[in-house]
Design a protein around this ligand. Structure first.
Ligand code: AMP
Ligand code: FE
Ligand code: FE
Ligand code: ZN
Length: 290
């Protein structure tokens, strides 16, 4: 079984539509794929519809990646199989997502101040109806020839945390996120907790506190973690009783990773599905293996 529990579509900052993502996941030979767009479930319906057209046994796990902040450090919380209609979590997702628009406009204003002629119209065209984020602005910077690739925009010169053109956004307290996701029947996994190249990371003591507050797992096998980081995180997970996952964090052509680049153990996947009560994995039309 090949299980990839973290991907993005055009509903946020990926470049595959939700339907393309599902088809590409099947073509990549995955058995299970989770759709985890930033702060939105908007892609779920299209992904489910596409899954029903497939002749393979791909199973879809619905989810989202929630933008959080703890002690001033931004972090991402994967949430799986929650009820997307649960009003409190829905309201929090909307709050974060809606704040992304004025925040993107503020970053564009800073870039204009730095002499970069990027416009909101350009960024809005790139983002389409997806939840707008820095990768869309980074794509605009690539179009304008300011940087060669999207990841080259995530530096102190441009869009990295605290960089010249960076502006923060509303982010949820992770203890609140855990509470909200649980109340909506979902399961939480702290995404790429050791991704140091993205900025400050959350200390192990805080991860232990999140575990005590009901965090279900941490993502370990991820492109942004080196071998030493994975070993350290595996030790922590064993100490504090967290599930451990792996994923591609696929963003289509906006990042270099490929679907199924890292995967999650079937037993861990089974435990996630047993804990979830807000939604169920959606089996593809071709019969289900998961
Ligand atoms: P935002 O949610 O708008 O603050 O943007 C965060 C997103 O930017 C992440 O989900 C990644 O997709 C992307 N990102 C963050 N750091 C980097 C990086 N160093 N290189 C490439 N993409 C990054
Ligand atoms: Fe992203
Ligand atoms: Fe993330
Ligand atoms: Zn992600």
């Amino acid at each position: 079984m090949r299980i990839d529990l973290h991907t993005h579509s055009t509903a946020s900052d990926g470049t595959d539509s939700p339907a393309e993502l599902v088809r590409n996941a099947a073509a990549a030979g995955l058995d299970v794929v989770a759709l985890t767009d930033h702060d939105t479930t908007r892609g779920h319906a299209e992904a489910i519809a596409a899954l029903r057209e497939l002749s393979t046994g791909l199973t879809l796990v619905t989810g989202a990646e929630l933008s959080c902040r703890i002690d001033g450090v931004s972090m991402h919380m994967l949430a799986y199989l929650f009820d997307p209609a649960e009003p409190e979590l829905l309201a929090e997702r909307e709050l974060v997502r809606d704040d992304r628009v004025p925040r993107a406009k503020a970053m564009i204003a800073k870039l204009n101040g730095l002499g970069v002629p990027v416009t909101w119209e350009q960024v809005a065209r790139i983002a389409g109806d997806g939840s707008v984020g820095r990768p869309h602005i980074a794509t605009a910077l690539v179009e304008l020839g300011v940087v060669p690739t999207v990841s080259d925009a995530f530096t102190a010169d441009w869009l990295a945390d605290g960089a010249r053109a960076h502006v923060g956004k509303h982010e949820t307290d992770p203890f609140e996120a855990i509470r909200l996701v649980k109340a909506a029947g979902g399961v939480t996994v702290f995404a790429h907790p050791g991704a140091a190249k993205r900025g400050h990371t959350v200390p192990e003591s805080s991860i232990a506190e999140l575990a005590a507050a009901g965090l279900d797992g941490i993502e370990i096998d991820h492109m942004d973690h080196d071998a030493a980081t994975r070993d350290r995180l595996r030790g922590l997970a064993a100490d504090v009783g967290l599930l451990t996952t792996g994923s591609s964090d696929y963003h289509g052509s906006r990042k270099t990773c490929v679907l199924g680049e890292y995967t999650t153990d079937p037993e861990v996947y089974g435990e996630i599905t047993r804990r979830a009560t807000g939604a169920f994995p959606v089996p593809g039309a071709g019969g289900h293996r998961a």
